[in-house]
Design a protein around this ligand. Sequence first.
Ligand code: F6R
Length: 612
Amino acid sequence: MCGIVGYTGNAPAVPVLLDGLERLEYRGYDSAGVAVVSRERGLQIEKCKGRLSALREKLDGQPPLAGTAGIGHTRWATHGEPNDVNSHPHVSQNGRVAIVHNGIIENYVEIKEFLLHKGVAFRSDTDSEVVAQLLEYCFNDHSDPLDAVYAVLERLEGAYALGILCADRPDMLIAARKDAPLLLGYGDGESFIASDATAIIAHTRDVAYMEDGEVAVLTRAGVQVFDEYRRPIEKEHHFIEWDVSAAEKGGYAHFMFKEIMEQPEALRQTISPRLRDGRVVFEELHITAEDVRRFRRIFIVACGSSYHVGMVGKYNLERLMRTPVEVALASEFRYSDPLIDKDSLVIVISQSGETLDTMAALREARNRGAYVLSIVNVVGSSIARESDDVLYTWAGPEIAVATTKAYSTQLALLTMLGLWMARCLDRVEQTEYDAVVSELEALPAKLAEVVSSTEIYQYLASLYFNQECIFYIGRNLDYALGLEGSLKLKEISYIHSESYAAGELKHGTISLIEQGTLVMSLATYGPLLDKAVSNIVEVKSRGADVVALTTEEHRQRLEAIASHVLTIPRTHPVLQPNLGVVPLQLFAYYIALHRGCDIDKPKNLAKSVTVE
Ligand code: F6R
């Protein structure tokens, strides 16, 4: 989704902005632009459709834009097609203000009509341009830019993270936020804004997260922040724990591959601090055992891969806690008039912590009195801040659009939460509890074993990269795992793929199986191995090629019937999907590599989905 970076300091702004935009590329975009301001030349803007390289080329072919304050933007089109004119920054009619905007201005038609009546000429089809035009219009009544900004914000409905430059204030940058992420960066004689810390991490790790309604004025001298009533406020500073190398490829061909390989360490960081003397300990949680005993219903709400984590979580939490768990897609949940009340626990899962549908579901749950506990990767993100409790997955920054290490850490953390709650309810046998804890301790090492050799996935990808459709089948936890394997494949390789509960095949899907169809049969869930074997026979007898995924001890049995067998080490059943997902990630990765796809930035996708 759209990205914002802004700078004011002593250095030329353009290189800082371009570097920041490059680091935001992973979020997905279709156009990019920068604006800088100087006393001599006023506002100077360059923007265009396409990759950042196109913008760089345009900038290289002209005298440098001059200014030590500027704003940059990568756009992911919502209102108006991706083209040069609709790209940000947008500049007002008489060139007094330039703005970059993330989010959607819901009442832009009304504002546009008002301004058209006043004789303002619009250039773009975007909702965002109204902010620039309205600001210039408000400058007629307010000579102080901050007065004008507050007057504009009063009229805006919808979501916004805004970066604003004024032609007559060449060292000043104004930022405003409502329902779209924006953070402030504090440097030495320089200040930054960014929609995501990765954009400025090369310059500073000292940041503050803006809250809804806040407005910030940044100059070389520092940052002043005001609340919605324009009262000055002191922001709490946060230190970003990871450094710039975590957001770079470090010799790997793709971020996705690097992040797959980082999974053992990400799991170690997530699990180890929360295991003590053979027990799961969540020092960061406010929720008590008494609260857990009070909950009559548990919901897990998320989107995409995070939802797939929830699917695994349902099986695991119900097994461990013997409490009914419902899993819901956030985009459905928010409009479903959900049956939740103060005795409900809503577990919200999100890597970015900014997914709009998930955020809306969270608010819906809180409005209805539920207790919201979120599992989030990005520290200080909106979902983390609005939850009653938060558990962070310490996966580090995830840059590839397709999630891997965030999925893995979410999965482990959700299972740990289930185990902890089961203990609060006194519903888990000590032997089962001990077995899960001991396998949690062993999990990073077992995962390291899985990622240590990749030849088999490369080989299979070389055989199957031309398939038109690939099916994933499995039962119970393997069904939930298949959903993620199938999504991974389709999002990065563009091969059509479906995931089915294997028992459903005979109710329709099996008619799609023909000679040479590839079926990935997931058979890691020991108790249902016989059923998995029957399903393999069923599809083989209709001509399918079957790649089976199972645990080491079942290799021989599956080799007798499947075309190829992938194995993973055995662990406790509730943790088996944590090992099972890695071969599926690697298979998808190598298939996409063979097909020459843009693996880290698949078409039409964005890393953080901040629109509905
Ligand atoms: C798929 C993927 C997406 C996200 C989904 C939710 O690889 O990454 O499906 O899982 O957009 O995002 P978060 O977890 O940031 O809320």
